[in-house]
Design a protein around this ligand. Structure first.
Ligand code: FAD
Length: 402
């Protein structure tokens, strides 16, 4: 049993959605493109999950955050794919790939062949786990999990060091949001202070939980943190296993060139799974942010459709977060010496990173559109900075004057 497509995207997350959008913009015929995704729903924007999805009032729900809502373009609900002749093969895991034969084998036993393959398999959480009344926990591995996965196990078997999905019985799968609501008024512990942990903590507070943020929990030493609920957000691992031994890897991801093309010329990689040359920092990086997923996806499709006209991907690393009423943006690299500026008790403050006498990174909280554009532009231009005290005094004015 098998089907053949000109273009196949494996993975159905943010990068896949934006790649499909770019294919349609550049022209794709009925039946030429398919997306194979382990998730049961069409590609959607992840940032909504730790922000709008957990809100107690008017929470975001699909279809409101399908792909392209994040860039204010037409939203790619399932109907959109149908109208453009794109095959969505959902709820289907690709279990092996043969890049020499240009084929994929799905868990349902179907062989799918391609002319061009775009790998958009993203990354999996090492562990993001939620514990309620110490009688069960939820584990977020990816967004699908955020929407519905809960793994229950008796507290007596619980051990932070040895939880692996294969080791536990899946008895019931209520939604995370229901468990969170059932803990209202209780205590939550959030392990990991990255932006997802921060955003989740803010959502829990808004849902009336008392939140403690820590960086590690060790229940073996006898210490017990009072908690009705625990959330763990300690990072991710790229989903590269389908291609180990077949494609060149770097920085834990699939190494690609400035056209997002891997060591096999028919295979491209985009989003969290791709390690690509970031010109502005002069090295190969793997980035785990939505803007990079969107733009690398568009660039790969441009390179496939119009190779002669498409140059090297020249990406300025960018990411953002929102916690309570705070909202910030970061551009570039956090290397070198950091210079803080602004009023930390007020609305607008930030930081610059100076490396080898040049501005290489900028962070701004509470900026205007014009100020954010200015720090992005200044970071890209990498101006020389000689006087750090003066830089601190000028703050965002420095970026506006570059
Ligand atoms: P993903 O969106 O993770 O998609 C990967 C897809 O591949 C999934 O559909 C998965 O099921 C599928 N897949 C994997 N293996 C297989 C297989 N073998 N067969 C079939 N399908 C497979 N970034 C920001 O910049 N700002 C934010 O505020 C922000 N907030 C976030 C909040 C949350 C809760 C999450 C989870 C992420 C957030 N991110 C944010 C990160 C951003 O969403 C990711 O960088 C982005 O989703 C990466 O896109 P991707 O397509 O590479 O991977």
């Amino acid at each position: 049993m098998g089907r053949a497509f000109v273009y196949v995207i494996v993975g159905g997350g943010v990068a896949a959605g934006y790649a499909a959008h770019e294919f349609v913009k550049r022209g794709v015929s009925q039946g030429e493109l398919c997306i194979i995704s382990e998730e049961p729903v069409a590609p959607y924007e992840r940032p909504a999950l730790s922000k709008g999805y957990l809100l107690p009032e008017a929470p975001a729900r699909l279809p409101s955050f399908h792909c392209c809502v994040g860039t204010h373009e037409e939203r790619l609900a399932p109907k959109w794919y149908k109208e453009h002749g794109i095959e969505l093969i959902l709820g289907t895991r690709v279990k092996s790939a043969d890049v020499r034969r240009k084929t994929l084998l799905t868990a349902t036993g179907e062989t799918i062949s391609y002319k061009y393959l775009i790998v958009a398999t993203g990354a999996r959480y090492m562990l993001l786990l939620l514990l309620c009344n110490f009688s069960h926990f939820l584990m977020y591995e990816n967004v699908q999990v955020i929407l519905e996965l809960v793994v229950w196990l008796p507290w007596t078997k619980f051990n932070f060091d040895c939880i692996r999905p294969g080791q536990v019985d899946i008895i019931k799968r209520p939604k995370l949001v229901n468990v969170m609501q059932s803990c209202t008024g209780g205590n939550a512990v959030v392990i990991g202070g990255g932006y997802i942990g921060m955003e989740c903590a803010a959502s829990l507070v808004i849902n009336k939980l008392n939140v403690t943020m820590v960086t590690a929990v060790n229940l073996r030493d006898g210490n017990k943190l009072p908690a009705d609920m625990v959330v763990i957000g300690i990072g991710i691992r790229p989903n590269t296993s389908l291609f180990e031994g077949q494609l060149t890897m770097e920085k834990g991801g699939i190494k690609v060139n400035g056209k997002m093309q891997s060591s096999n010329s028919s295979v491209y990689a985009i989003g969290d799974v791709a390690a690509f040359p970031v010109k502005v920092v002069g090295e190969t990086r793997r980035l785990e942010h939505v803007d990079s997923a969107r733009k690398s996806a568009r660039h790969a499709v441009a390179a496939i459709k119009e190779p002669e006209k498409t140059g090297e991907f020249d990406y300025l690393p960018f990411f953002y977060s929102r916690v309570f009423t705070l909202s910030w943006q970061f551009y570039g690299d956090n290397a070198g010496e950091v210079v803080h500026f602004g009023d930390f008790s007020g609305n607008t403050f930030g930081a610059y990173w100076i490396h080898k006498g040049q501005l290489v990174g900028s962070f701004l909280e509470g900026g205007t559109k014009e100020q954010y554009e200015a720090i992005a532009q200044a970071t890209r231009l990498k101006p020389k900075v000689e006087d750090l005290t003066e830089l601190e005094r000028l703050g965002v004015e420095f970026a506006l004057s570059v």
